[in-house]
Design a protein around this ligand. Sequence first.
Ligand SMILES: [Zn+2]
Length: 571
Amino acid sequence: MEINGYEIAYSEAELDKMLNEQMLPVVLIDEQFEGYQKLQEGDKKALKHLVAAAKIMNEVSQEQDHHMNIVQRKALEKATISSSYAAKALKLFMSLNGVEGLNGLDAEPVEIFKGISGLPGRNFYPVDLTVGEFHKIIQKMLEDGKVDEVRKILSARTMVRRDGEVLKAIDYTEYFAKEFSAIANELEVAAHYTTDEKFKDYLGWQAQALIQNNEDMDMLADKHWAVLQDSELEFTLSRECYDDAITPSVFENSALMALLNRYNIEVNSKDMLGIRVGIVNKQGTELLLKFKDLMKELAAKMPFAERYEQNINKSDELKQTMVDADLAALTGDYAQCRGGITTAQNLPNNDKLSIKTGGGRRNVYHRQVRMSVDKEKNRKLLERLVAPELHRYFDPETDHLFVIGHENGHSLGPDSKYQTGLGQYKHIIEEHKADIVSMAFMPEYVKAGVIDDETLKKIYVTHVVYRLFGKAKPQLSLPHRVAELIELNYLLENKAISFDEDMKLHIDFERFPQVMRQLLEDTVEIQLSMSPQKAKEFIERYSVWSDVSQKIAAVHAELGVKPYKDIKMFF
Ligand SMILES: [Zn+2]
């Protein structure tokens, strides 16, 4: 079947399999949800306008992601009226939130239409722009004195297009003027209705940031957002930069980098946008705050703590808020379920002005995402790959505790200057570091009485089974997956875990925390070295896809993996 001149790449039967056997629903809250019922009328109204804003942002992200997304989606929507085949293709499209994407299993991306592939520069850059040409143009523009334009081209908030022989940058607030102004309107209305003064204030700043071509406005919005701890509602405009592969290619061109440094031009990958809307869950948030209380103590226990300044120590007050949220909407970048869906997110990232100027971070945990698990599959996985005496320690709820430790882990260790020093490897090493901070410090939470010994064992077992049992050899573009493979290999090499002749997992509960500590030291040392070469060597050494990984992946494949998500929104 052809959609807008492009043939659907999967047969209807193949789509049936993907949708019926390989897709996991992620069910967000509806109007019957207790937390919603308890809201005051004003906040109920506000929530609906925030969800409306979220839906508009989805259009923005589809445009950022691929130049064919919107035209193909519209054609699919039209074809759906008379074709169940098209309806199925549309469902896959909505899961990827685009025409293509990795599914976390196969090395090659899932491409819904024959002849439409993803591009390294997504739609941030001209579709026919190669890395080589990009570098040449940037170099030429600098030589011609177009320093300000180059600065804009290499900024996180512009779409780049051809302008004759050179390139021009269009600020998001201009390129997406129509959508941003509609979103700003929804935010203003929500601000009018909400009963929460601080939240109202933040929404006002955020609305302004969407209509002014001014990075300072983003900074101010971020700062008002990051301090929200006691609000009833949750709203986040997410800006993350992991999708654009053209901008960071500049880091590998040392001559060009030298030139950019001379002009003091920062290189920041493009931000993919998304919106999350929800209601803060009070009980879940209390647990998070218990973990938070320990962070200062943990900072002092970081390896080589005396050699660097940690983000967390930059002011007396710990500038990190955190909430557990019941979700009403996930759109844009959040809904690009390409090999996974995020269970928590700590923003702003280090490249953002609000962080550089001393602003705090806010971490939001996604209850409905972490509750969407495939129980039957987990049971079979234990039977096949885990020694029987460990089964009682498998508890997916404890993965949440690992995630809390991971997110807090980003605030510990060498600050952003060191992280950036690792060039293109910074994301992998930073995600890896956060994983290891989490695991290495779990015994500290036992000492502090936040969790008990039994829970600690559950965290170890669940972590290995849930996170380290990889489903496929990870691409370097998936930092979290690479980090997990590194951890698996390190634990095996140092005998904290092992597999017997029946391919059943065993854990040495004595060695496990010691090896984690050692791994944390090795990792922090790499960040302190600021050497991309050292990072590369470490990653290459420990991200080997061994026989063990291959066997684990084979079991996953046999039991059936559900790499696709179906986010069900009701507002
Ligand atoms: Zn992380």
